[in-house]
Design a protein around this ligand. Structure first.
Ligand code: SAM
Length: 213
């Protein structure tokens, strides 16, 4: 119980603040979100460590700092995105954080078992503004696009073209790109005449695979 208590969560948020996360809305949502629900019970005592943890199927729940950094980059200072596409639902932790901050979240996952587990967690937490699809996120999810924000939680070698296409003008795409060991976290903004891209960080993500798992 002690390891999942509010004090343990508060300590995690203080650590995120020390590491440079400034967006108060993001910090508040991270403080209130029970991350231990998104990992197996055997790992729940480690859920508020600032580290990635295994979630089965060779996949991981992202490190809290990275979740906070990507969410902050997606929201930035301007208007809140209304519709966000996430590629790589995984445990559903990042999805749930987004769902508390924007109106609608659309999330695609290629491994059905992970998607079903995540769905159960959203029901348990009574989060109702998330739509899930078992699909290859290399194709985005055109049905509900264009999106004000797109966040990708696995790394392709290059940004898949459908993700550029499904980004609304003024929208932001936050995506890790590159080979294992040399990935960059990019923030791509769509403007009236094209796309601006900047590197936010060096990161380490599982690869964005093709096809269904
Ligand atoms: N944000 C998630 C979390 O906190 O649990 C991170 C999950 S993990 C780092 C990345 C996820 O992307 C995995 O669940 C993996 O199956 C999924 N994935 C990889 N390639 C994919 C693809 N082409 N389409 C959809 N999901 C993909």
């Amino acid at each position: 119980m002690g390891m999942t208590s509010q004090r343990t969560r508060d300590r995690l948020v203080e650590r995120l603040r020390e590491r440079g996360i400034q967006n108060e809305a993001v910090l508040e949502v991270m403080r209130s979100m029970p991350r231990h629900i998104f990992v197996e019970e055997a790992l729940s005592s480690r859920a508020y460590e600032d580290t990635a943890l295994p979630i089965g199927q060779g996949q991981t729940i992202s490190q809290p700092y990275i979740v906070a950094r990507m969410t902050e980059a997606l929201l930035c200072d301007g208007e809140r995105p209304r519709k966000v596409l996430e590629v790589g639902t995984g445990s559903g932790y990042q999805t749930a954080i987004l769902a508390r901050l924007v109106e609608h979240v659309y999330s695609v996952e290629r491994i059905d078992a992970l998607m079903q587990q995540a769905r159960g967690r959203f029901q348990e937490l009574e989060i109702r503004n998330i739509r899930l699809k078992h699909s290859d996120g290399n194709w985005g999810w055109s049905e509900y696009g264009p999106y004000d924000g797109i966040l990708v939680t696995a790394a392709p070698q290059q940004v898949p073209k459908p993700l550029y296409d499904q980004l609304a003008e003024g929208g932001r795409l936050v995506i890790p790109v590159g080979k294992q060991g040399e990935q960059q976290l990019l923030v791509v903004t769509r403007t009236a005449d094209g796309y601006n891209s900047r590197t936010l960080d060096l990161v380490s993500f599982v690869p964005l695979r093709g096809g269904l798992g």
